[in-house]
Design a protein around this ligand. Sequence first.
Ligand SMILES: Nc1ncnc2c1ncn2[C@@H]1O[C@H](COP(=O)(O)OP(=O)(O)OP(=O)(O)O)[C@@H](O)[C@H]1O
Ligand SMILES: [Mg+2]
Length: 234
Amino acid sequence: MRGLFVTGTDTEVGKTVVAAALCAALAARGERVAAFKPVVTGIEAPSGGWPADHELLAAAASCAQTPEEVAPYRFGPPLSPHFASALAGVEIEPERLRAAATAAAWRARADRAPDTGDPGALICEGVGGLAVPLSDDYLVRDLARDLGLPLMVAARGGLGTISHTLMTVELARAAGLDVAAVVMTPWPDEPSPIERSNRETVERLAGVPVHGLAPTSPDDLAVAGAALPFDDWL
Ligand SMILES: Nc1ncnc2c1ncn2[C@@H]1O[C@H](COP(=O)(O)OP(=O)(O)OP(=O)(O)O)[C@@H](O)[C@H]1O
Ligand SMILES: [Mg+2]
């Protein structure tokens, strides 16, 4: 499976913006890209001007997926997946997650134009951070490992990000995951001294490239995403 798994240091750190920017940039180049989000919660909560994750990802990708195909499990309250599913009386089944991700990846491959050589790509967004339980004993980390995709870590640029990012990278590596890059988002046009220092420090201590995703909007994702060197990560 060719693609990337976008995790984050926390919830609300920019995973969807990064994942959707990658989808939009690939789609803008005319490539086939499908999106996947194992579980979306909080679809009844106000979103602050951005569409719900599965809606934005479906719109940014290029394989005519419905939002429901992007995210097989959807819950209203803004809760951890294992708790939201327990309240709804729905069991999140790892096997169904893997099957849905594989179906999305196949969609990116299956109907590609045969003469372009476009291999297709799957962009997955995790849920919260890497240690979030999807079910009782199956973490986001376990899904990332099962899918075998390189990891991207979305992170804040400001105070507190060094430790959160290094912990995420350590957990990923302990599970045998390949960390391709960290993306700090939104990365301002004129970063402050602390933002610059955080970027350099994470790069040095984690030993991964750290990039910034420019401030963007739902209508302008392809431009922001195109500035990321994603060909190096796929
Ligand atoms: N590059 C950016 N440009 C503009 N806004 C951004 C950018 N990156 C992050 N944000 C802001 O951060 C918010 C949270 O981002 P996002 O929804 O991608 O987080 P998330 O990690 O996917 O959250 P969740 O854990 O709920 O899935 C966005 O709604 C947006 O306001
Ligand atoms: Mg999200």
